[in-house]
Design a protein around this ligand. Sequence first.
Ligand code: BG6
Length: 523
Amino acid sequence: MSAVVQATPLRETTLPPLPKGDACTLILFGATGDLTKRKLMPALYDLACIGCTNNAFEVLGIGRTEMSDDEFREKMRESVSSSRDARDFTPEDWDRFAERLHYIVGDPNDPSFYPQLADRLDKMEKNGSSPNHLFYVSVPASVAPPIVEGLGDAGLARSEKGWTRIVLEKPFGRDLKSAHELNEIVARVFEEPSVYRIDHYLGKETVQNILVFRFGNSLFEPVWNRNYIDFVEITAAETLGVESRASFYEETGALRDMVANHLLQLLTLTAMEPPVAFDADSVREQKVQILRSIRPMTVEEVAERTVRGQYGPGTIDGKAVRGYRQEKGVKPDSKTETFAVVEFHVHNWRWAGVPFYVRTGKRLAESMTEIRVHFKRTPQALFARSNGDHIENNVITLRIQPNEGIAMAFEAKVPGTQMRASTVQMDFSYQSAFGSRTPVAYETLLLDAMRGDATLFTRRDEVEAEWRIITPIEEAWQQLPAPNFPNYAAGGEGPEAANELVQRKEHHWRPLKSEEAKELAAD
Ligand code: BG6
């Protein structure tokens, strides 16, 4: 790229204040788990600090570890005070927030726990707590069914006195069968409108902006199809490894962890038809149509159109890091993939023949999530290029994170006597246009669940449609010869096979930049 043109807002935009959640008690299964510490508590703390939680908002944490309310509060303080998501942490704000936190020890697999939970909620209500109950289930996939059944048996799934909702975290099952069974159990116990299946990518501002970009502008819609688009590339790369989640990750792998939900959601938003309205069902209806247009792959197609990888030792940010098999809690001969590429095809009128390449991996050279839409080249090379004969195609990049924004690459004349073209980039940055204080994904979604807005949550048939696509890939991988793991070095670009897959159609991935390369580019 030889030039960058900034896009700025035409008018000064003041961000509207966030709404307030209903009065409720949030009953949190998995309260001592990783997600609670890293994401949920910082988000709840932030919401409370900016006045988005109701005065009658409280949290009842549930975990297997014996703890008093005060010990639970102390544990949460440690996590929130060191979290990057909790902006402006102050001990005074924390003390005010901590009064709302309570804890109860319990084994969610033990049916005798649920009457105790009902008793505790009853007592809280008698002391003035809200009768509205928001259950939040953040536990391994196998523990979700006994929780839903336990709540049903204890009469906690419905109430005359207030509303009851349940938020189910991913993983929602581990294949089509288990997801279907879980959906059946949930449907027996809860009414579908009170079920919130969460995919936190849908809470990201930039993910929601895909819909505004596509359907709020008449400029792009006419060209958003197979006649103009060559291929779409969707990447979610992380420099992080498995951290302290090896036991979860060993059972899950990159395909189930990222592609089965977050990346398929990005794909559906990029490919879906316009909804009739921006309400929960109209949007979800169109998303399901896209998922239904992706045919489950045969074993042969899986062999041709997918790549899996696992990181070996390498270097990240100048520091030597372990390979996946050397991580604590990982089997020394683990076959779990930490990298996955899939070439999806959406078999409908708009997208026939356009590959959607999806790529995700841990311990890669760069942390970034983006969608790049590559347009077809002009039919004729009329202009010479300053840097060779190759004609560039136009690319629209939707940067989900970091440096949230949208970029458009196009050709411009290089000044001079010759008709030479060079690629320039027009760039819109969220940060410079709207400032930095946009809510993080979990804040948005927790607030929506407290207010009863399900637009950004996935519907039952949507989750099953995702597994209908992913399960055949998992099954084919079991049958196909296992790749020779590890097959990429930590801090690299992933396995070479990922490049070979796209190069067959003369396509390419956006190269991942190592920290050193980014520093060099900035100099
Ligand atoms: C989670 C996955 O759902 O998403 C993690 O379980 C992954 O493995 C995370 O790191 C990525 O989320 P984000 O918001 O950091 O892109």
